[in-house]
Design a protein around this ligand. Structure first.
Ligand code: PGA
Length: 256
């Protein structure tokens, strides 16, 4: 049985005081039913230390993630942060290859793969994002495109390493647009992702892997998305920025 995951992607939102307030609100709302869900807060890097302190003090099972990382351990990479830095600050997860980074910051599949390998070498868990643009969806070959992103992102891993990966399917046309993929559209791609992982690493790894959906997930659509066989949770942007809406998503996963 796979556990559901609800991962908040705060993107470039929340100053340190705002981040402390939101994480404190979530800790105050935490109840033991939430233990059944893997809950992750992926905050801006400047907020990580403060949020870690809140989560650690409250002894909830909420985990911390970064939104990006460089694959080199240290060196002349102005503006970047390394795997040892985010691990030391308390992160157990890191988002890799979000479409905003691929589109706006020129991240390639090769860079995604280097980051995935660097995180796994440090015993951290990458949340690898894949997803097609609207023009790619309209062209009809979106399954080929997304599964190629999975193959490239996870290339060169062995099955023990692949077992540490979470994949998030985020159709670009659904991110921040209010236009969610239908449960059937999301399920089709998540099932194809799982089949690709099975081809690459075997059925056990594929059966155990958490495959998330992301793109305008909200309290109104979460239940129908989680009802799909191959959707194990969400990577949530907008609806993770308020304690009340994120709580509703976590509770939907706890009940699903
Ligand atoms: P959204 O963002 O929930 O605001 O659509 C999801 C994401 O980009 O991870």
């Amino acid at each position: 049985m796979r556990k559901y995951m609800m991962a908040g992607n705060w993107k470039m939102n929340k100053t340190v005081p705002e981040a402390i307030a939101l994480s404190q609100q979530l800790c105050n709302l935490y109840n033991r039913d939430w233990d059944d869900v893997d809950i992750v807060l992926c905050t801006p890097s400047v907020d990580l230390r403060s949020v870690y302190t809140v989560l650690d003090f409250d002894k909830t099972d909420i985990e911390l993630g970064a939104q990006n990382v460089h694959w080199e351990e240290s060196g002349a990479f102005t503006g970047e942060i390394s795997v040892p830095m985010i691990k030391d600050i308390g992160c157990t997860y890191c988002i890799v290859g979000h479409s905003e980074r691929r589109d706006m910051f020129c991240e390639t599949d090769e860079m995604v793969n280097l980051k995935v390998k660097a995180l796994i070498a440090a015993d951290m868990k990458p949340i690898v994002c894949v997803g097609e643009s609207l023009s790619m969806r309209d062209s009809g070959d979106y399954l080929g495109f997304v599964t190629a992103q999975v193959r490239a992102g996870l290339a060169g891993l062995d099955s023990d390493e692949a077992a540490k990966v979470v994949v998030a399917y985020e159709p670009i046309w659904a991110i921040g647009t209010g236009r969610t993929a239908t449960p059937e559209q999301a399920e089709e791609v998540c099932a194809a992702i799982r089949a690709t992982v099975a081809e690459m690493f075997g059925a056990d790894v594929a059966d155990g892997m958490q495959v998330l959906y992301g793109g305008s997930m909200n309290p109104g659509n979460v239940e129908s998305l989680l009802a799909q066989a191959n959707i194990d949770g969400g990577l949530i942007g907008g609806a993770s920025l308020k304690a009340d809406s994120f709580k509703q998503l976590i509770e939907a996963a706890a009940k699903a």
